[in-house]
Design a protein around this ligand. Structure first.
Ligand SMILES: [Zn+2]
Length: 220
């Protein structure tokens, strides 16, 4: 069995060990061309959750993929209407999956925190995740790093690629959150292909080729 075929089993294990509240949800996974590393969507009742992972992630080590999927699974477990990447990352760490999240951030090029929406939210970088780990988790992380032969280092050029996209489907209208920016999707658009286009330091968001919003490319 290859890495991609193993993912559904991996999710099943993650849910039963770390996400008991998602045990009643049906979680589907697919791979494809996406504008961020992962795109997750669910309906308000959370009985259907689907995660689409970018084909680019296929080359990552399995530990990094576990970290990415953990971040995605932590999204629907969060309370409140305002989505916070910071709280989502901390949720992953509190479930004991911090070592995998740290590895994921190395693959995603986030050695230091990635601030979004003018610093009102952030993705944790490798360094601050590591600082929050217990001694045992730090040992686990170091074991993983040596197994993968990955040397943590600050990239010379930071990667500003969007990390993940969240779509919440309501009965009538769905909304999308990307890099902390939330937009309504057009009526009857529920499972769109999302495209991000950068032009004059502005990121334009298209859902099924319909422009739904824009935000500054680098809003730190
Ligand atoms: Zn996220």
């Amino acid at each position: 069995m290859n890495k991609v075929q193993e993912i559904p089993i991996l999710i099943e294990n993650l849910v039963s060990f770390a996400y008991p509240e998602l045990q009643q949800s049906s979680i589907s996974i697919s791979w494809g061309k996406t504008s961020s590393y992962a795109q997750i969507q669910w309906n308000r009742s959370k009985d259907n959750i689907s995660i689409k992972i970018s084909n680019d992630v296929k080359i990552w080590h399995e530990a990094g993929i576990i970290g990415l999927i953990s971040h995605e699974l932590s999204h629907p477990t969060q309370k409140g209407r305002v989505l916070s990447e910071f709280k989502t990352d901390n949720d992953v760490i509190s479930r004991g999956l911090g070592p995998y999240l740290a590895i994921e951030r190395l693959f995603a090029g986030k050695y230091i925190d990635h601030r979004i929406i003018n610093g009102r939210d952030r993705y944790l970088g490798y360094r601050s995740i590591r600082n929050q780990l217990t001694n045992l988790e730090t040992q686990q992380l170091d074991t993983l790093l040596s197994r993968i032969q990955l040397a943590p280092a600050k990239p010379h050029i930071p990667i500003w690629q969007s990390h993940d996209t969240v779509i919440i489907n309501d009965e009538h209208r769905s909304n999308i959150t990307i890099e902390g920016h939330q937009f309504l999707l057009p009526n009857n658009v529920h499972d769109p292909d999302i495209k991000l286009v950068e032009r004059n330091n502005i990121t334009l968001i298209y859902a099924d080729d319909i422009l739904v919003g824009e935000y500054p490319v680098k809003d730190v």
